[in-house]
Design a binder for this molecule. Structure first.
Ligand code: 2SA
Length: 480
């Protein structure tokens, strides 16, 4: 029997091989359906942007060595030469990516490929005689750690933080709007002392803001000190140069904080610190999602349907809280990656192993899932209406929550010397525990307690919806 020969574009099952299609089909969702939300990170944390940063660091090191006259015979470059070198970075594009890949296929070393890529461009800048200055005295990690630090710093400052701040601003605005909207609270899921919806949202804004303040203060550390952090090659080549000073001014000139003491690798402790803060932000966001999801589920929030959109494929009445569910999932994935990075990056055998190289390639993925979670929460919050009637109804059905107010006022009366205020907690417990109490019964009970006139009037005038303490003022004072 004659067998049909399969082309490489066909799977053994006879199906088209999607992996062989052009343009290439993404494996992961961040480069597929979620590209609009996470794509901005390609400019900072993709392999291409890492390579662009590597070119940037190599070029700046080249210029810095000349400017510092770090070696005998080195002279400052002309402005045209410096502009030409910096244009290699500015013009870095898809063609550069392809060229680098070609070189790397031969070198099997990604940083060496960058060195050759720059070397190829020196003749046209009249700098061929300085080819040996590219990557001078560097180990690859000198270039890598600075490139990652620059990419991560820009990703945080230009992409992640602005998105996170927009989200927190949205939560704060909702908190302000609902600061005086009374809501039954539910400690342990059971009716408890009322609060306001705005104050509960303000707690999230406050928590998220604390993490943002920490993240905004991140120290982005970098080093450039050679193969084992001793400047050995530098000193061997130019013993009279103050290499630590040159290293420091270079790292600081890039906008990073100088790490003076390392092995071959920058120790990555600052990355672990940053990732734990971002993971904590994700987790607080996750908590916001599950709370809002639950409020939607009991009707406190109504979701505004999107014109033309489908809730359920089979139950036409439904509007599902999918934005919050998506955000939960993506916050979890981001946290797993950030936790793994934070836990593993701080360990490297002896003077280095290469595990960090492979795991750091996923930093963008960790940030991407967090950006996606943030974007979905913003979208979800935009489509919520507060069901004030239902909130009020729930409060009115739970007059027993005033038990705390009454027993505490009785204690104050007793402390002030009023007779007959014994066992306030027990008396309220007898009235309220496991019993439904309405307004009339509560007022009748208060009337029979023998309180001072002022206290009795104050408590009789109280409803569950008014028993929200300083919730509104707390939002005004602390939630901006
Ligand atoms: O400056 C050096 O290169 C010193 C050398 N240490 C290395 N430091 C940094 N990169 C190195 C190192 N070794 C390999 N490579 C190259 O790293 C790339 C690893 O690729 P992947 O496994 O995909 O993360 C891949 O491109 C590797 O070729 C040492 O011997 O200490």
């Amino acid at each position: 029997m004659k067998t049909m020969s399969k082309t490489p574009h066909t799977l053994p099952s006879g199906r088209v091989a999607l992996s062989q299609q052009t343009p290439p089909i993404a494996l992961g969702p961040l480069d597929g359906r979620y590209r609009p939300q996470a794509g901005i990170l390609v400019d900072y944390l993709s392999e291409a942007s890492l390579n662009r940063e590597r070119v940037h660091v190599e070029v700046e090191w080249f210029i810095h060595l000349c400017e510092q006259r770090a070696l005998p015979g080195l002279e400052s470059l002309t402005q045209d030469q410096k502009d030409g070198l910096r244009a290699i970075v500015a013009d870095f594009d898809a063609q550069s990516v392809a060229e680098l890949a070609e070189i790397e296929a031969v070198t099997v070393h990604d940083v060496k490929a960058v060195e050759y890529y720059i070397g190829r461009r020196l003749p046209e800048l009249g700098l061929e005689h300085l080819k040996a200055l590219v990557h001078f005295a560097c180990t690859s990690e000198d270039i890598n750690n600075l490139s990652y630090a620059l990419g991560i710093k820009d990703a945080v400052q230009d992409a992640w933080l602005p998105a996170a701040r927009k989200l927190v601003a949205a939560v704060s605005a909702m908190a302000q709007e609902a600061k005086a909207t009374p809501m039954l609270s539910r400690t342990h899921g059971q009716p408890a002392t009322p609060t306001t919806l705005g104050k509960e949202l303000a707690v999230f804004a406050h928590r998220l803001n604390r993490q943002l303040n920490r993240i905004a203060k991140t120290e982005f550390l970098g080093k450039i000190n050679g193969a084992t952090g001793t400047f050995a090659a530098h000193v061997a080549a130019a013993p009279d140069t103050d290499w630590p000073a040159i290293s420091r001014s270079f790292v600081e000139g890039l906008g990073l904080d100088w790490n003076p003491l390392t092995t071959q690798i920058e120790s990555h402790d600052w990355q672990a610190e940053l990732y734990s803060d971002i993971a904590r932000f994700n987790r607080i966001l996750h908590n916001l999602c599950t709370d809002v999801w639950s409020y939607i589920s009991i009707g406190y929030f109504q979701q505004i349907p999107v014109e033309g959109a489908t809730g359920s494929s089979t139950m036409p009445h439904k509007v599902n809280p999918i934005r919050f569910e998506n955000a939960e999932a993506n916050a979890e994935i981001s946290c797993s990656l950030l936790d793994t990075l934070g836990a593993t990056l701080v360990t490297s055998r002896w003077q280095r192993d290469l595990t960090d190289s492979s795991s750091q390639r996923n930093i963008g993925v960790a940030f991407g899932h967090s950006m996606l979670a943030i974007s979905n929460v913003v979208k979800g919050l935009e489509r919520l209406d507060v069901a004030e009637d239902l909130l009020a109804e729930d409060l009115d059905e739970n007059w027993e929550v005033l038990g705390e107010a009454v027993q505490t006022a009785m204690r104050a009366e007793a402390i002030a010397g009023r007779e007959g205020m014994d066992n306030p907690y027990e008396r309220l417990k007898e009235l309220t525990r496991g019993h439904r109490v309405d307004g009339e019964r509560m007022r009748e009970f208060i009337g029979g307690l023998g309180l001072s006139d002022a206290a009795e009037q104050r408590l009789k005038g109280l409803t569950p919806g008014q028993y929200t303490g300083l919730a509104e003022q707390l939002v005004d004072r602390y939630a901006n």
